[in-house]
Design a protein around this ligand. Structure first.
Ligand code: COI
Length: 357
């Protein structure tokens, strides 16, 4: 059996015993793994149907050294967040069905079976509720939910794995970048590329993220927050940052690279476009050149982990361009406030994006 084995437990009875909030320093959570109480594990049968998912104690998993995910990178991940409402009454999930759909699209590209949308959302709800005490108090951060889909069956020759595991774990998180909500400094990368036409850049496969580590570590060693990638054909059009999508603002028009197979279809990206349009902004999804980037009034990034992150400077071929006064730009601040108020339950959710737990 090339599958995964873990320690089972009776999640429900143990849950009653835990105190209301985990005992950690909620003012300094950052973005690193904090092991929580439970994870969710569901396997699929030979027909590619997932069933019998269950909560298990969070812990290490055991897989065959020959697992498809370890040998050939047959794996996908997702990311979404749960927020505790200010009055403590509820927990809000942000658009979990969008992650389910994206995982299903990615699975199709990676020749993997995937849980149904209902199974995915149900599993996320169960995992968040089982780890309720790890959802930060309102205003201190969120519970980051990380679903994984992995080829855990054993393979040797290159082929789709014969067995798959869907697993969800969670961790309380604060700001993604060490800058917090202060603007980040990006370097435009023209040697390394993140994705190619016809490749897997448009799905959330684990290999896309391994591919950026080299450029990212070189950039970080030079003091940059992260790397902005260009298209691999012309080396001229913006693609995305290692962990998030990119937007520019010029004369109050918001532009972002269009989704064309090499860019991850971010759920925060899509939400920000909708929020911006409802706020009266013109938003264009199109090819955006690096020259336009350098001449923009404002630049910002979006992603589940980074939320909306202002960009303070861009360095391209040794030239550094700065934006703003070391704070959020006016447009990005407005969009950030509208989106996060909705996500945290501080404003009415007219978009019907949040799911109450
Ligand atoms: C997210 O924003 O949720 C992601 O999956 C990006 C990851 C590199 C943290």
């Amino acid at each position: 059996n090339g599958g995964i084995s873990t320690t089972r437990c009776n999640a429900v009875s143990s849950r009653a015993e835990v105190s209301e909030l985990a005992d950690i320093d909620w003012d300094n959570i950052g973005f690193g793994l904090k092991p929580t109480d439970y994870m969710y594990v569901m396997k699929c049968n030979i027909d590619g149907e997932f069933s019998n998912g269950e909560l298990q104690r969070f812990g290490n998993i055991e897989v065959s050294p020959s697992a498809g995910v370890l040998n050939y990178g047959q794996g996908l991940f997702e990311g979404l967040k749960a927020y505790r409402k200010k009055d403590g009454s509820n927990i809000l999930l942000f658009r979990p069905e969008e992650n389910a759909i994206r995982m299903r699209n990615g699975a199709e590209r990676m020749c993997m079976p995937a849980p149904t949308i209902e199974q995915f959302v149900e599993a996320v709800k169960k995992t968040v509720l089982a780890n309720k005490r790890w959802v930060p108090p309102s205003g201190k951060g969120s519970l980051y939910v990380r679903p994984l889909l992995m080829g855990t069956g054993a393979v040797l020759g290159l082929a789709p794995a014969p067995e798959y595991t869907f697993l969800i774990y969670v961790s309380p998180v604060g700001n993604y970048f060490k800058e917090g909500v202060a603007p980040i400094n990006l370097i435009v990368e023209s040697e390394f590329h993140r994705a190619t036409p016809g490749g897997t850049g448009g799905v959330k496969t684990i290999g896309n993220y391994a591919a950026v580590l080299k450029a990212q570590s070189i950039a970080k060693a030079k003091g940059y927050s992260d790397v902005l990638y260009l298209d691999c054909v012309y080396n001229r059009f913006l693609e995305e940052v290692s962990s998030c999508n990119i937007f520019i603002v010029k004369d109050n028009v918001i532009s972002t690279p269009e989704i064309k197979g090499t860019i991850l279809p971010g759920i925060t990206r899509k939400s920000i476009i909708d929020v911006a349009r409802t706020q009266g902004f013109q938003v264009e999804e199109r090819n955006v050149t690096v020259d336009e980037l350098l001449e923009a009034d404002e630049v910002f990034c979006t992603g589940t982990a980074v939320v909306v992150s202002p960009v303070g400077s861009i360095t391209y071929k040794g030239k550094r361009v700065s934006y703003g006064e070391g704070t959020f730009g006016t447009v990005s601040k407005q969009l950030y406030t509208v989106l996060t108020s909705l996500q945290m339950g501080l404003s009415e959710d007219n978009m019907k994006w949040t799911v109450n737990l």
